[in-house]
Design a protein around this ligand. Structure first.
Ligand code: ZN
Length: 314
């Protein structure tokens, strides 16, 4: 625990791969992101470990509705009966009616993987869901939380600045920073371009807004506290330049379907290999396997945006 912030390992796919955060203030508490319903027991254990009761959870905050962030929202809301769910205005409707979200995610992962990773996703009663506008503030006891809309990774994404700990909770908008990738001679934080909203200009704008909070620590969902916010900003902006070149090449390629995805996969894998080797980390078979999902999702995301910008899909 640091500044009333607890990092909870959700046990999703690998250890230290996806986090949820617990903020405590007085006898009150709030969760930021909740991974999936299978992580909810871990969240409640952390709450008990911090000496708070589920009835005292005031807010269940989701950075965006991707299911490794918000998949446990309904289950957590059921078990924390007084909590209000706070979400981006474009995310709130999917929490109240998750049917489109579930259908989209099933299409990406297939029924079997979807069921194993996410289980059933229930709706949350609309009376318990509140949309947070850009710049809105809310009190958690003596603390103030400020909401910052941060598109680029997803249109329904927001970050949360906590003045109490001078920290910013960044979801997927300020990169992914798995601890196993931080063992080289400098940190490695990379952008997620996963389907289907990636927008390099919006992503840059969000990175500047996050760094502009003056926070001394960022808490990306993947994973844990990241200091050196200014360095991460620079790293993210450089990486986005590389990914924007990939996008331009994907648009110019004229390819589609599987061919386009393979075309995008190669430079994405090269990006990871180059960045890790530059830091003295071997891009071993096991590292390739560890990053396989992220590389494939990033490549898919670039391919989807290329098709949309070419007018092939809506
Ligand atoms: Zn995401």
């Amino acid at each position: 625990m640091s500044g009333g912030v607890v990092t909870i390992d959700c046990g999703y796919l690998h250890p230290e791969f996806a986090a949820a955060y617990l903020i405590t203030e007085g006898d009150r508490a709030a969760f930021i992101d909740n991974n999936t319903r299978f992580a909810v027991p871990r969240l409640l254990d952390a709450l008990a470990g911090a000496g708070r009761k589920p009835e005292k959870v005031e807010y269940i905050i989701v950075t965006h509705v991707h299911l490794d962030h918000a998949g446990g929202t309904a289950e957590l809301a059921r078990l924390c009966p007084n909590a209000i769910v706070l979400a981006h205005p474009r995310a709130a409707r999917h929490i109240i009616d998750p049917s489109r979200l579930v259908a989209g995610s099933r299409a990406v992962y297939g029924d079997e993987t979807f069921a194993r990773r996410y289980g059933d996703i229930e709706p949350v009663d609309a009376t318990r869901v509140r949309s947070m506008d850009d710049g809105a503030e809310i009190a958690l006891g003596a603390r103030t939380l400020r909401f910052i809309h941060t598109a680029g990774h997803a249109k329904h994404h927001m970050c949360i600045y906590d003045a109490g700990s001078n920290a910013v909770f960044t979801g997927d908008a300020f990169g992914l920073a798995y601890p196993v990738l931080q063992t080289g001679n400098e940190p490695f934080v990379f952008p997620s371009t996963s389907p289907s909203d990636f927008d390099p200009a919006e992503a840059r704008d969000s990175i500047e807004r996050i760094a502009g909070t003056g926070a001394s620590v960022a808490y990306p969902t993947h994973y844990g506290a990241v200091p050196h916010v200014a360095r991460v900003r620079d790293m993210m902006l450089r990486s986005l330049d590389v990914m924007e070149v990939m996008l331009a090449e994907a648009i110019a390629s004229g390819l589609d379907d599987d061919e386009l995805e393979r075309f995008c996969y190669r430079p994405m894998e090269r990006f990871f290999r180059t960045e890790l080797e530059r830091r003295g980390i071997v891009f071993s078979q096991s590292m390739q396997e560890y990053l396989a999902d992220d590389i494939a999702l990033n490549a898919q995301g670039i391919a989807v945006v290329a098709l949309r910008l070419r007018g092939v899909i809506l």
